[in-house]
Every structure is written in structure tokens, then in C-alpha cells.
Design a protein around this ligand. Structure first.
Ligand code: SF4
Ligand code: SF4
Length: 188
């Protein structure tokens, strides 16, 4: 008897839900809006990046590659910036480590691909993705800042700009990034 009661209760519950509006959506024809600051993906914003490589050092999977060369003013020119999403676990440690919030969590969640290798994204692919994101948000970064409120090229000091840059002569003036390095301390 108790068994039959349980079945009846279950059927009643099912019947009640049959007449309620569905909470599922027919993906991919229908797509839910996700919160603006959802941690859906990684977005790299070149205009904020100094090339300091802190993100690459923080990544436990080693999926970020940063290659730079020194400029005469002590800043770094970013020659390569690449993320291997094939091995990324979306832990977000790189976004927490970046001192300039140049890599942020956000963007597309429907990031499935047909060719696995296309998940290795170079600077061009990453910039295309972040530009597309900024177009949809009217220039607002995932962290809430507006694009025009920050300088287009980040000129903040980097760890590597604290030492003398190889190949730059002493009489060439350094930019504001150059802080006292080892050589300066030896002279003091
Ligand atoms: S989200 Fe995690 S695994 Fe992916 S690039 Fe950033 S630190 Fe590496
Ligand atoms: S930590 Fe940030 S500023 Fe430094 S290289 Fe990575 S993304 Fe660029």
C-alpha cells in the first residue's frame, strides 16, 4: 500500500510540472543571456598589456606564451602572445595574477570548435575575440571599466624595465618606466 502511495505522489508531482512553463531552452536555437561578468572564457586586451609575463608564470598548465623585446624607453614590445586553450582549465589564475587586468574572465561561453588545433590562439585571434567583445559591450571591459578611461598603450612600469636594457646605451634617455636597477645600486 505504501508503495502505491509513493507512485501516486510521484505522478502528482509530475502532473504539476507538466502545466508549469518550461525552464529549459532549445539550445542552440535559443540562448540564455549570461551575466555580463560571468567567468565564461578568457579575454586578452592588448592595449592594457605590458608584456610582463606574470600571467604566464602564474599559469599552472603553462598554456600562455609571451615573447617580448625591449624598447629604447625601457618598456617591452610584445612580439607574441598566445594561449593554448587545448590545455587551459579556465582556473582564472592568470586573470588574478595580471597586475594590469589585461587578461580578464568573460566573453563567449559557446566556444566549441570542429578543429581542435584552432583552440591554440595567437595574438591576432585573441585580439579579434576581445575586439568583438568590446563592440558588443560598447567599450566596457568585463571588470566594468570603460575603454576610453585607460591609456591605449599601457605605460606602467614592468618588472623587467627596472634593470638596464641590453643594447641600450647609457646616453639614451629612458622613459618614466626605468626605476633604479642593480647597476645604479652598485654605483651608490
Ligand atoms: S585560466 Fe588557468 S589554465 Fe587557463 S591560461 Fe589562465 S592560468 Fe592557465
Ligand atoms: S600579466 Fe597581464 S600585463 Fe603581464 S603579460 Fe600577462 S596579460 Fe600582459
Amino acid at each position: 500500500m505504501a508503495y502505491g502511495l509513493g507512485v501516486a505522489r510521484g505522478m502528482l508531482m509530475t502532473l504539476r510540472h507538466v502545466f508549469r512553463p518550461a525552464i529549459t531552452v532549445n539550445y542552440p536555437e535559443q540562448q540564455r543571456d549570461v551575466p555580463v561578468r560571468a567567468r565564461t572564457n578568457l579575454l586578452w586586451f592588448e592595449e592594457r598589456c605590458t608584456g610582463c609575463s606574470t600571467c604566464a608564470q602564474a599559469c599552472p598548465d603553462g598554456c600562455i606564451l609571451v615573447q617580448t623585446s625591449p624598447r629604447a624607453d625601457g618598456t617591452l614590445s610584445i612580439d607574441r602572445y598566445e594561449i593554448d586553450f587545448r590545455i587551459c582549465m579556465y582556473c582564472g589564475l592568470c586573470t588574478e595574477a595580471c597586475p594590469y587586468q589585461a587578461i580578464q574572465a568573460g566573453g563567449r561561453y559557446n566556444d566549441a570548435v570542429y578543429v581542435f588545433e584552432t583552440m591554440y590562439r595567437d595574438r591576432t585571434a585573441l585580439s579579434a575575440e576581445s575586439h568583438k567583445y568590446l563592440e558588443t559591450t560598447g567599450g566596457r571591459y568585463p571588470n566594468g571599466q570603460m575603454q576610453e578611461l585607460i591609456p591605449l598603450i599601457t605605460t606602467m612600469p614592468t618588472a623587467r624595465s627596472r634593470v638596464d636594457v641590453a643594447g641600450v646605451k647609457d646616453d639614451v634617455p629612458f622613459g618614466p618606466q626605468r626605476l633604479p636597477g642593480r647597476l645604479d645600486r652598485d654605483e651608490m
